[in-house]
Ligand binder design. Structure first.
Ligand code: HEM
Length: 121
């Protein structure tokens, strides 16, 4: 069974997207970066984010993450502090949803593996 199925599949992803989106937009460090994005694109992005990490495919997504965030890095808009904040919100979201600890650790390890790709290093 994949991690995606273990955490509850599409229904769990929907709940996680709602929780994560709320936390990111309530964070003054992160919310300005999403101000110009439309809601539909934002939700699609978040669903892809969670599907990727829940399916444990995140480590294969380096090239995609690199290009998705290149503009933000080139413009000097994101760095380690932003990545740390996003990761904390992800972990808190999973804990809010009572995802078992061993799965939280597995998901956070997959997300951490994307740091250098997201930050284009
Ligand atoms: C593990 C970490 C991350 C993952 C898996 C991830 C995932 C994604 C995905 C899937 C997209 C959509 C790309 C597309 O349009 O096809 C995206 C775009 C975006 N991400 Fe991330 N992201 C991560 C970290 C971050 C961080 C730290 C920030 C900083 C606040 C951030 C801000 C954004 C923004 C603003 C966009 C939209 C970029 C644009 O359309 O110009 N992301 N991300």
């Amino acid at each position: 069974m994949s991690l995606y199925d273990e955490v509850g599949g599409a229904a769990a992803i929907d709940a996680a997207v709602d929780g994560f989106y709320g936390k990111v937009l309530a964070d003054p460090l992160l919310s300005p970066l999403f101000a110009s994005m439309d809601m539909t694109a934002m939700r699609r992005k978040q669903k892809m984010f969670f599907a990727a990490v829940f399916k444990g495919e995140a480590n294969g997504a380096d090239g995609y993450m690199r290009s998705a965030h290149k503009r933000l890095v080139d413009d000097g808009l994101i760095g380690d502090a932003h990545f740390d904040a996003v990761a904390l919100h992800l972990q808190a979201t999973l804990e809010d949803l009572s995802v078992p600890g061993h799965l939280v650790r597995q998901i956070m390890t997959a997300a951490a593996g994307l740091r250098n790709a997201v930050l284009n290093r």
